[in-house]
Design a protein around this ligand. Structure first.
Ligand SMILES: Cc1cc2nc3c(=O)[nH]c(=O)nc-3n(C[C@H](O)[C@H](O)[C@H](O)COP(=O)(O)OP(=O)(O)OC[C@H]3O[C@@H](n4cnc5c(N)ncnc54)[C@H](O)[C@@H]3O)c2cc1C
Length: 447
């Protein structure tokens, strides 16, 4: 079948691009996968750039479809809940699911990317060109221009799929041709990574939790790595007195952490060096429309809809895009001019829903998780889930442990909140009525 099909170009051999190449090759397409960087399987990891990430059901569902889930999970560390680190006092554990048995998985980004690259490269018809940075695209003809170490190279494909990340060059080209509108909302927070190495050969913190140090307007999280270290990520404002730049000297850095994150310095011997030398990454939400042009050029993953990382869903969502595009190709008998618009229609609302939930979750993580009221709310929610199995399901459960479309998750959570609100109001009215009649009875007897 593959000889009848024209080559599809995938720009970007990141998480979404590699998975997409594998899905397309399995459909019988010859695929050219272009990546601006050298082959990551031969090079060093970039310092301080999102070393690990949390993979949950949506991502696993995609990997299962190409038989890669067990291999990836073999090196994953399941995290069953949040461990909240207050400024003073003992850390407190909050499980993610009502029964405490469900976990999200801490995965090495590099190892996941390499596993996907190997899977794509092993399939017939996949050609990978590293050191190819897309700098030009004619959407009408599919002609692409790449910068390579040997100079500029032109290539053509009948379908061009941009999986080239938040700063997508494919999106930029569509924008430049007046074929797309975009908005990029940068958060006034950045991120910086620090490391907690193994302690006496073992994990320095509980490896079965995602650790959070909520500090009101800012926070730090830590995820475990297979080598028994933890990667911490600081999410701090980019401007003002609490910004990264406000800590100018080693003494100031040590003082700040001793005061606000007192359990960290004894566990992080390279704290000052990490802080001074690891870069500050930017965070933001990318929205654009359309996601496809003429049924021949389309965007997937962060290229179409980068989101802030506070729900741990960016990569999971990017993987769902690939699954949905594959489904659309099935339903449209591989007619790209029908499949790409259908893919956009089905995914756009969902991407917007998770973009908004991810922004809301930042407030929850950095602020609310520490409050007793929030903790009570979570306990009530888990009690409802146990009392009404399948009828009341928390937002976190649906986002992380199901493939319910994100937009449907939002609608369902609103419905549940309305029902619980109505039941609570009814209970209050009943109680008020009962109290009223008791009091009325007493008054009557007194008269
Ligand atoms: C701090 C942080 C923590 C995160 N944590 C999580 C998490 O826990 N769970 C989760 O699901 N998601 C998480 N994410 C989000 C996740 O990293 C992204 O959503 C995911 O990487 C998107 O995959 P992608 O393939 O679309 O883009 P990318 O992974 O960015 O890949 C894009 C690829 O395209 C290449 N490229 C770029 N430009 C060009 C060009 N001009 N020509 C050729 N190639 C090009 C790049 O080199 C790269 O290889 C996190 C993000 C951040 C910043």
């Amino acid at each position: 079948m593959s000889e009848q099909r024209a080559e599809v170009a995938v720009v970007g051999a990141g998480l979404a691009g590699c998975l997409l190449a594998a899905f397309l090759a399995r459909r019988g397409y010859p695929v050219a996968l272009y990546e601006r960087r050298p082959d990551p399987r031969t090079g060093a990891v970039e310092r301080g750039r999102s070393i690990n990430l949390a993979l949950s059901e949506r991502g696993l569902d995609a990997l299962r479809r190409i038989g890669l889930d067990e291999q990836v999970l073999a090196d994953a560390l399941p995290m069953r809940g949040r461990m909240i680190h207050p400024v003073a006092g003992e850390p407190q554990f909050q499980s993610y699911s009502a029964a405490g048995d469900r976990a999200i998985n801490s995965i090495s980004r590099g190892a996941l990317n390499n596993a996907l690259l190997n899977a794509a490269a092993a399939l017939p018809g996949v050609r990978i060109a590293f050191d190819h940075r897309l700098v030009g695209l004619d959407p009408a003809t599919g002609e692409m221009t790449f910068e390579t170490p040997q100079g500029k190279v032109n290539e053509t494909a009948s379908v061009v799929l941009g999986a080239d990340g938040a700063g997508s060059a494919v999106r930029g080209q569509l924008l430049g041709h007046g074929l797309l509108r975009e908005s990029v909302d940068f958060l006034d927070y950045g991120y910086k990574e620090l490391t907690i190495p193994p302690l006496g050969g073992d994990f320095a913190l509980d490896p079965e939790a995602l650790h959070i140090w909520p500090r009101g307007t800012s926070m730090m999280i830590a995820l475990p790595n297979p080598d028994r270290s933890f990667t911490c990520t600081l999410f701090w404002p980019t401007h003002g007195t609490a910004a990264f730049a406000s800590l100018g000297s080693p003494a100031a850095i040590e003082r700040h952490f001793a005061q606000h994150y007192p359990d960290l310095p004894p566990l992080a011997p390279n704290l000052v060096d990490d802080y001074q030398h690891n870069p500050v990454g930017v965070l933001g939400t990318v929205r654009c429309d359309p996601w496809q042009v003429n049924g021949t050029v389309a965007l997937l993953g962060d290229a179409a809809h980068a989101i802030v990382p506070f729900y741990g869903q960016g990569a999971n969502c990017a993987f769902e895009d690939v699954v949905e595009l594959d489904r659309c190709l099935d339903e449209c008998a591989d007619d790209w001019s029908a499949a790409l618009p259908l893919y956009q229609r089905r995914r756009q609302d969902n991407a917007e829903a998770i973009a908004q939930m991810a922004l809301a979750n930042f407030v929850e993580m950095r602020d609310k998780v520490a409050s007793p009221l929030f903790q009570l709310g979570r306990r009530v929610e888990h009690a409802l889930e146990r009392a009404l199995p399948g009828r009341y399901v928390s937002r976190y459960e649906m986002v992380s442990f199901s493939t319910t479309p994100y937009a449907e998750v939002r609608r369902r959570v609103r419905r549940q909140h309305r029902t619980v609100g109505a039941v609570a109001a009814g209970a209050v009215l009943l109680l008020a009525g009962a109290v009223g009649s008791v009091l009325g009875g007493r008054r009557g007897r007194r008269r």
